[in-house]
Write a protein that binds this ligand. Structure first.
Ligand code: ADP
Ligand code: MG
Length: 238
């Protein structure tokens, strides 16, 4: 569970061909980072996978199933938004439980799932607080908790740490990597931060103007950048 295949995926907004054509294979359990400069199409590509945007052309498969025309909720994925997407008037418990309530899950099952997620994320002692009473890192963990309880086949992150300070970003990088080690669920993570890409990824996808410049492990990209763009962005100079 958790493989994602893009075949000739393209996206046009009006006249702008933001994604000309992308082929990409994401394997089950992989931590894949989309990296590239601002405006290169990272968020668009993630939103196409999530189903928040319709593709202009091409095909998307999740676990072998064609989901190109499937609604977001039918794709079995969880998108982690930045921490400000929490409900400020609800407790941590209710924020995490929210997707399960919406799915009309039985209360005892909800309680169990929330307790499990809180345990994984070290939020057990904070369940009755409101988001405003938490640190930035704790709020980010609540946002992740809300994704975990749905047991998605993959997590999609769009620059989840971009509005945290540098010290907290470092901590959260480790926490998300640790979460991946615990859950072993596919994660697709968008960032423009080379350090995040190099330290978190099993596989890095370097994007430039909607095209893939190179795909490889952090070490491969560092040692053998295919061109000057990749070298300048991530590797040592060629
Ligand atoms: P990134 O996340 O890498 O910064 P985006 O995927 O947000 O880049 O944007 C890629 C390009 O597509 C940008 O030029 C942006 O202006 C354009 N774009 C994104 N979303 C829309 C939209 N809904 N309508 C028109 N243009 C868009
Ligand atoms: Mg973006």
């Amino acid at each position: 569970m958790g493989s994602i295949t893009l075949s000739k995926v393209s996206k046009t907004f009006g006249e702008a061909k933001v994604i000309p054509s992308i082929d990409l294979e994401i394997n089950d359990g992989e931590f894949v980072v989309f990296v590239g400069p601002s405006g290169c199409g990272k968020s668009t590509l993630l939103r196409l996978i999530a189903g928040l945007e319709d593709v202009t052309g091409g095909q998307i498969k999740i676990d072998g199933r064609d989901v190109t025309d499937a609604a977001p909720a039918e794709r079995g994925l969880a998108m982690v938004f930045q921490s400000y997407a929490l409900y400020p008037h609800m407790s941590v418990r209710k924020n995490i439980a929210f997707p399960l309530k919406m799915a009309k899950m039985e209360q005892s099952a909800i309680d169990k799932k929330v307790a499990d997620a809180a345990h994984i994320l070290n939020l057990t002692d904070y369940l009755e607080r409101r988001p405003g009473q938490l640190s930035g890192g704790q709020r980010q963990r609540v946002a992740i908790g809300r994704a975990i309880v749905r047991e998605p086949s993959a997590f999609l992150f769009d620059e989840p740490l971009s509005n945290l300070d540098a010290a907290l970003r470092g901590t959260m990088r480790l926490e998300i990597s640790d979460l991946h080690n615990q859950l072993k669920t596919t994660m697709v993570y968008v960032t423009h931060d080379q350090i995040e890409a190099m330290t978190m990824a099993d596989k890095i996808v370097v994007l430039n103007r909607g095209n893939i410049e190179q795909v490889g492990s952090p070490l491969e990209l560092y040692k053998s950048p295919r061109n000057l763009f990749v070298a300048g962005f991530i590797g040592s100079p060629k």
